[in-house]
Design a protein around this ligand. Structure first.
Ligand SMILES: CC(C)(COP(=O)(O)OP(=O)(O)OC[C@H]1O[C@@H](n2cnc3c(N)ncnc32)[C@H](O)[C@@H]1OP(=O)(O)O)[C@@H](O)C(=O)NCCC(=O)NCCS
Length: 194
């Protein structure tokens, strides 16, 4: 998958499937994140071996990864994790992170919608997103995208500093998400990233 798109302010981005040659670009992206954003990630992505392991899982079928690039630098990373044959085989877990300089420009929305379309092709029936309580931007964007079933697991996970945090799980059926997507796609170009 490879598409060129415009953000709300007209800036151009390339969104494509991540490939194994993206290792250095990906390390640079994660090392460039703010300490606050890194604090709530599931894994310590400042470690190159963690980034390498993420990339090595590409092609396993368990995870689909997309990146957004500007001037050959990664500015957003999104993934869809699939359960395979387990009891959650109809569920896809979405993860998304946007570089500070690109936030609030519609890139998160664009990436999320591309991941929804990818999930539909994989016959996923429900998308789940998980975030720690302080990740309020995530809560806002997914609510706006149509996620509504929230569950809070209190004091359930540790952030990268070691502090215990509540984990919020948001869910939405792919059918609902695709209905919303069709509505937006029928709109003008800039609306696509809204
Ligand atoms: C969550 C995240 C991906 C959003 O990316 P983004 O590119 O800024 O999102 P968009 O520009 O598409 O925002 C879409 C809408 O979400 C809401 N939103 C996004 N960030 C927000 C914030 N900080 N506060 C309030 N609302 C926010 C707004 O309604 C926004 O629309 P608007 O800008 O027209 O008001 C980004 O903030 C991020 O990378 N956060 C850290 C990682 C993370 O929390 N990931 C999610 C867990 S998987």
């Amino acid at each position: 998958m490879e598409i060129r798109a415009e953000l709300k302010d007209g800036a151009g981005v390339l969104v494509r499937t991540m490939d194994k040659d993206d290792l250095d670009r990906s390390i640079a992206f994660f090392q460039g994140l703010s300490a606050e954003d890194r604090k709530y990630l599931r894994r310590d992505v400042t470690r190159p071996e963690v980034v390498a392991e993420r990339i090595n899982r590409i092609g396993s079928g368990q995870v689909k990864r997309l990146v957004a690039l500007v001037d050959d630098e990664i500015v957003a990373d999104g993934s869809l994790e699939l359960e395979g044959l387990g009891w959650k085989r109809h569920v896809g877990e979405l993860r998304l992170i946007v570089a500070q300089a690109f936030k609030r420009r519609g890139l998160g929305t664009l990436m999320a919608r591309k991941l929804f379309a990818l999930a539909e092709r994989e016959n996923v029936e429900e998308i789940v997103v998980k975030m720690m309580k302080p990740q309020s931007a995530a809560r806002h964007i997914f609510k706006r995208l149509g996620f509504h079933k929230d569950t809070v697991l209190t004091e359930y996970v540790r952030d990268q500093s070691g502090a215990i945090q509540d984990l919020i799980v948001m869910r939405c059926s792919i059918e609902e998400l695709m209905r919303e997507l069709e509505y937006f796609m029928a709109d003008s170009d800039w609306q696509r990233t809204r």
